[in-house]
Design a protein around this ligand. Structure first.
Ligand SMILES: [Zn+2]
Length: 303
């Protein structure tokens, strides 16, 4: 197979030997590609940068014998196009960027292209590179990822009985919201109050509209910040009426001045929490940096 050129983001990187690296790229045209970069750590006269870094964006050329899972392609050229230095200026940005890279690596298959997801990944990294708050962009990316891989849950009605009101819990196994009438019989469930649910519905609409008008090439436009919508309103037109407990749950909890930024509004924290919960089920474990991004993550009491 002749060498192939594509654009890519570096999702993971493992040093393979004194001079080589094994990299997992998410490419626009070929999906996730594992490639060995021989001599990538030598600093002179290679066609690579002196070492290829995590979360870099660029153009790559690779060769492969077959497009089959676990096949290691050979990287022949890499040219970084977006260094995103802002990610390393703040820890929350770096954690958020590593989170989106980790979940992308785990929820996509090798050689399964998702150009729309690639554009969403490039856009969220560009956004995180300069943003003051990270969670709204991360939640949008969680939504784009789940929609692209066909695992977006149902947030408009109870997945059990179809009721559109009194939606109080989310079930990853059931694939959506459960109303308070169906909830008592469920073991696997995650409480989600009305403001978080409204945020998710608004994000769903925003991501859908962006998918309908995809970017030509995310890297060509990377200099221009992507236009993210304003934070979704706390109540969405047409949202069902809430039960008497609708205002409780997530909205009632405060982060309590923990290590995570307290400026994130609680609905976006709740939206992140429920999507992260669903992603954790799909991955079979929690993403490594989820707790760093989620103010409400349970902490062990100090004794
Ligand atoms: Zn129900």
């Amino acid at each position: 197979m002749p060498p192939v050129a594509d654009t890519a983001v570096v999702l993971t990187r493992v040093d393979y030997s004194e001079t080589s690296q094994v990299l997992v790229f998410f490419t626009r045209g070929h999906g996730k590609v594992r490639a060995i970069a021989k001599g990538a750590k030598r600093s002179t006269k290679t066609r690579f940068m002196p070492g290829i870094d995590l979360l870099e964006s660029g153009r790559l050329v690779f060769s492969t014998r077959q497009e089959r899972s676990e096949t290691l392609a050979t990287l022949t050229e890499w040219k970084q196009t977006a260094g995103l230095p802002g990610l390393r200026e703040r820890l929350d940005r770096l954690y958020a960027a590593q989170y989106v890279a980790e979940v992308t690596a785990h929820l996509t298959e090798d050689w399964d292209p998702h150009p729309g997801l690639f554009d969403a990944l490039a856009a969220v990294l560009a956004e995180l590179n300069r943003s003051q708050t990270v969670l709204p962009a991360v939640v949008e990316f969680q939504a784009a990822l789940l929609m692209e891989v066909g695992s977006w849950p149902r947030f408009d009605a109870c997945v059990s009985c179809g009721r559109v009101g009194d939606l109080t819990y989310f079930s990853s196994f059931e694939g959506g919201m459960i109303c308070r009438h169906c909830e008592p019989g469920r073991v696997e469930k995650y409480e989600l109050a009305a403001p978080g649910l409204d945020w998710l519905r608004a994000v769903e609409g925003a991501v859908h509209s962006r998918v309908a008008a995809p970017a030509e090439d995310a890297f060509e436009t990377a200099e221009t910040p992507p236009s993210f919508p304003a934070p979704p309103p706390r109540s969405v037109a047409g949202a069902p009426a809430r039960g008497p407990q609708g205002g409780g749950g997530d909205a009632g909890h405060q982060p309590g001045g923990g290590a995570t930024p307290s400026r994130e509004p609680m609905p976006v924290c709740a939206a992140f929490g429920v999507l992260n919960y669903h992603i954790s089920h799909l991955m079979g474990r929690a993403p490594l940096l989820a707790a760093r991004l989620l103010p409400r993550a349970p902490r062990r009491p100090r004794s």
